[in-house]
Design a protein around this ligand. Structure first.
Ligand SMILES: [Zn+2]
Length: 302
């Protein structure tokens, strides 16, 4: 998800250090009550770490993620520029992987040149999925026709490369199911990231043998509580977890976070909430979601 309410905190421009500090001395802006170590290693399958809000403290952000037990991160590549930046981050840091795709908001930019650039990115060893791509009929920053064209082209790229798909869908569940149904035999695995829809849509996706990515949306009493009754319907080997940071700061945190920027170190709080509503332990969900993510993205255990 992009262009969410998150906005860059004003003070970030002033806090850029002259040079990166060594890891041990990196500032930790997480209040003590928010530092929570996962009982088992986690994979954050959706982190927008190329967002400008992370530019000034990417090393500290990754160090906090590790300290919280979030050992592997899949960086979301939402357009050519961000996918290339994500690959560069993967080359500079261990435990990072990237997706490469064109978000439905930018679907109007799709054309032969972009298609060739994407196909090239998909060959890189750091790139483990095609996406973020899909349909967003909520905001229609690109027209539905433009979105479907770019989406179908990226489905074709996924079919050619054999890579799994990292999918975005908002208010377009029926159309998404139709299109994916037609492509299902040609593509490998696909995850609906940041699933927020209703039971009927969920079961439509599960019937297509898709994976489901869950964010902290379930912690939002204003719009996400319907997910509490649904998350138990997802088999453990189809469920993965993600922050979608810096967006979607979970609303179950026990302390206020200055700047309200979401980050991978907070993923254990999301796991805690989902595990509660599934009636399982955090350790069980941490272990199963990590095993599912490693299999989905074909990542060997480090
Ligand atoms: Zn998205």
């Amino acid at each position: 998800m992009r262009l969410h309410r998150y906005s860059r905190p004003k003070e970030t421009a002033l806090s850029v250090p002259d040079k990166p500090a060594p890891d041990e001395t990196l500032p930790n802006p997480l209040p003590e009550p928010l530092r929570f170590h996962s009982p088992a290693p986690l994979v954050d399958i959706g982190a927008n770490l190329t967002h400008e809000s992370f530019t000034h403290d990417i090393d500290a952000t990754l160090a906090r993620a590790r300290a919280a037990g979030v050992e592997t991160l899949i960086l979301t590549g939402t357009d050519r520029e961000h996918a290339e930046q994500a690959v560069a981050l993967c080359q500079a840091h261990e435990g990072l992987y990237a997706t490469a795709g064109i978000h439905p908001h930018q679907a109007s930019e799709w054309g032969p040149e972009l298609e060739a650039a994407m196909a090239e990115l998909h060959q890189k060893p750091q790139v483990v999925a095609v996406g973020e791509c899909g349909l967003d009929f909520n905001r229609n920053f690109s027209t539905p026709a433009e979105q479907e064209r770019a989406f179908e082209a990226q489905l074709a790229l996924a079919a050619e490369s054999g890579l799994p798909l990292f999918l975005h869908e908002r208010d377009a569940g029926a159309r998404m199911r139709d299109i994916l149904g037609a492509w299902r035999d040609d593509i490998s695995r696909a995850v609906i990231h940041c699933f927020t829809a209703d039971r009927e849509t969920l079961h439509g996706y599960l019937d297509l043998d898709l994976h489901i990515g869950l964010t902290g949306w379930i912690c939002d009493e204003r719009r996400g509580h319907h997910l509490r009754d649904l998350v138990g319907d997802i088999a453990a080997n189809r469920l993965m977890v993600e922050t979608d940071c810096p967006y979607l700061l979970p609303r179950n945190l026990p302390a206020k976070l200055k700047g309200r920027r979401h980050e991978p170190a907070l993923l254990p709080w999301i796991v805690r909430e989902i595990a509660h509503w599934r009636g399982e332990s955090e350790a069980e969900l941490a272990a199963s979601s990590t095993a599912t993510a490693r299999a989905f993205f074909d990542i060997k255990e480090s």
